[in-house]
Design a protein around this ligand. Structure first.
Ligand SMILES: Cc1cc2nc3c(=O)[nH]c(=O)nc-3n(C[C@H](O)[C@H](O)[C@H](O)COP(=O)(O)O)c2cc1C
Length: 325
């Protein structure tokens, strides 16, 4: 048995229904290209939009078919960045955390697909209104920024909504998916594939300091927390309603629940956070991963991760249908 060819695989010409999340700072061109080469689709993490960094990462993708993702509220401050990036002819542009309306026409005109990552049904309705090609239903288990819905009920609710209102729109599940069980479950919940962040953050090609990679191997799924303190420390003004899931460590012990005090101390804490992050200190800064940490036991090449997740999912589906494993 092989995985059923999902609509996602047909539309994007993939061997595996797996996209890598466009992770700010961590998801560079090498990771995206490795995922695409392995038969998934890699997305470069455009994040808050550093034009020189993006140029460098597209160069590192070395002509491989990749996409890119942006933090939408931040892109609004420098929309020219989208125009620049579209010159690289990304396969898709993912918009997350904000109103997609100002950008979709330009993305489409450049021949790229529009992916909207959604955290609640209000976001899903906005994405349907702009006729997104792909909707990512992101549950709160996710690493990095997100909101409060759980993947398990959010994905099938979005699937039901799409089957009634936008049946041509593809659906990806995100949040807590790190192995073949997660992929098989996502397909059963009505998704056409998955978007994985944390599992691919723990790939060799990810732009992650060794100290942070080491930390994920020692952390189980209880060892993360959704919080605003990393954004306060970085002085990045995230809109209300979004929090970031990071590792529980000395930094979160000290400041989570003491947000006003952190704000007061930010002049000294901001440089301390940034230095510790750059050094890969696992304790004194934000270490960005999600609950899937408890399913990750090695830092591996992205291609091994993508192909294994897909073949494990085949075995899970065989077992579920009474076939041989
Ligand atoms: C280190 C890290 C950085 C992230 N940065 C972004 C980002 O810049 N833009 C975005 O849309 N999503 C970002 N995300 C969230 C992912 O898009 C995705 O929803 C999430 O990783 C899926 O859950 P998982 O981490 O359990 O796989 C990030 C996630 C991680 C782990």
């Amino acid at each position: 048995m092989t995985l059923p060819t999902t609509r996602l695989m047909q539309v994007f010409d993939l061997r595996h229904p797996v996209l890598s999340a466009p992770m700010a700072f961590a998801g560079g061109g090498a990771l995206a290209a490795a995922v695409s080469r392995a038969g998934g689709l890699g997305l470069i993490g455009g994040g808050y939009g550093d034009p020189a960094w993006l140029e460098e990462q597209f160069a590192l993708a070395d002509g491989e078919r990749v996409g890119v993702g942006f933090i939408t509220w931040s892109l609004r401050k420098s929309p020219a960045l989208l125009t620049d990036v579209l010159r690289h002819r990304p396969v898709a542009v993912m918009l997350s955390f904000g109103d997609p309306r100002p950008f979709v026409d330009e993305i489409r005109a450049a021949g790229a697909r529009v992916i909207c990552q959604c955290q609640d049904m209000g976001h899903v309705m906005d994405a349907v209104e702009v006729r997104a090609d792909v909707i990512v239903a992101q549950g709160a288990e996710a690493g990095g920024h997100g909101a409060s819905r759980g993947t398990m009920s959010f994905v099938p609710e979005v699937a039901d909504h799409l089957s009634r209102h936008a049946p041509e729109t593809l659906l990806l599940a995100a949040g807590g998916i790190a192995d073949g069980r997660g992929l098989a479950a996502a397909l059963m919940l009505g998704a056409d594939g998955v978007l994985m962040g944390t599992r691919l953050w723990a790939a060799r090609e990810a732009l992650v300091q060794p100290g942070h990679h080491g930390a994920i191997l020692e952390t189980d799924g209880d060892g993360t927390v959704r919080t605003t303190i990393a954004d306060i420390a970085r002085q990045i003004p995230w809109p209300r309603g979004f929090t970031a899931r990071i590792r529980r460590n000395a930094f979160t012990e000290r400041w989570h629940g003491r947000e006003a005090a952190l704000q007061t101390a930010v002049a000294t804490e901001a440089p301390r956070y940034r230095q510790a992050f750059a050094a890969g200190d696992p304790e004194q800064t934000g270490v960005w991963f999600g609950e899937a940490a408890g399913l990750i036991h090695a830092i591996e090449p992205a291609a091994d991760i993508v192909t294994r997740v897909s073949s494990e999912a085949v075995r899970c589906l065989e077992r579920a249908t009474g076939g041989r494993s």
